[in-house]
Design a protein around this ligand. Sequence first.
Ligand code: CA
Length: 224
Amino acid sequence: MALILLAEDDEGIRVPLSRALEREGYEVDAVATGTDAIVTGVDGEHDLLILDIGLPGVDGLEVCQRVREGRPAVPIVFLTAQDGEMDAVGGLDAGADDYITKPFGLAELLARVRSQLRRTTAEQFQGADVKVDVASRRAWRGERELELSPKEFDLLALLVREAGRVVTRERIMAEVWDENWFGSTKTLDVHIGWLRRKLGDDPGEPRYIHTVRGVGFRFSGAQP
Ligand code: CA
């Protein structure tokens, strides 16, 4: 069963949340400070981290960065206060896979945890000469490993999983960003641009990511 590291200084959240996770069958390491989270998380074998941002001492963002240095693939869900903490740090660019704003319902958090853990179960996909390994969250073009941000990886994994088929912008926004997303898809185009650059793809004559105007994107299915 999955092992989860929970870092939350508010006992009124930490204790019931630990219990709920354990009831779901997870093993839980619960800590109350950022320092303990780093000590436990850096060398830990956790399958997922739940980090409060407002931790005493070292905050959740720094914990995230420190743990990700050694374990770039471990899924991280942030717990944020309502005061726009995520805005202050530029959304999920800090390396989180997901976040949930307090106060949150247990059912919703458990759903996020399940979804993150599901994404990391052993799955491999290929499109053209690009290979994606969901379990280790690694991707390669030919023999060369790609250095991707968490969002870039999710985007590439979705496109490659559906290689040869069009994936609509709406579906990408829902699966890679937020199921409750409404509004601009500009961030999607920005990420597509970054991915293309990392793949060495030419938007004018794409080898990998094809734009299907007004619909979405299609990753090349053909083998090289
Ligand atoms: Ca806190």
